[in-house]
Design a protein. Structure first.
Length: 134
């Protein structure tokens, strides 16, 4: 459901990243729609509702355009599910979405995900990203 992905992603930007200036509804709709079309998003549900989303876009690798890379863009887990299995389930399934290329994951520094959990799931730290706010 593209509408749910858009709303959830906006919530993530507002709550988790504290960057409301990054919200562009039309762009979020385009990203969510493309992720659904590419099959590059995973949703986790409990028995009554959706509780998490992890999705990205499959794009040409900027260093080697003949190879593609799945880059995370959409990421949200409802607060009451963050310390449970939902994040690990999303990460495991997300990693399987692009078997023919690299899979990248960006996590905000305030994330509830622990590096040890990522390593246990097969992820490796390859770079850190810094930003100057303007």
């Amino acid at each position: 459901d593209v509408e749910w992905a858009i709303t959830t992603s906006i919530t993530s930007i507002e709550e988790d990243r504290n960057e409301p200036d990054l919200i562009d509804s039309a762009q979020m709709e385009m990203i969510a729609d493309l992720a659904v079309k590419q099959g590059s998003a995973v949703v986790c549900e409990d028995s009554t509702r959706r509780v998490g989303l992890l999705g990205g876009l499959i794009l040409p690798n900027p260093l080697c355009p003949s190879k593609s890379v799945l880059t995370s863009v959409l990421w949200y887990v409802h607060p009451e599910y963050r310390r449970g299995r939902v994040p690990c389930l999303l990460l495991r399934e997300y990693a399987r979405l692009h078997p023919d290329g690299d899979v990248l994951l960006s996590i905000p520094t305030r994330s509830h995900i622990k590096e040890a959990s990522l390593v246990r799931l097969g992820w490796e730290l390859v770079e850190k990203q810094y930003k100057i706010r303007k």
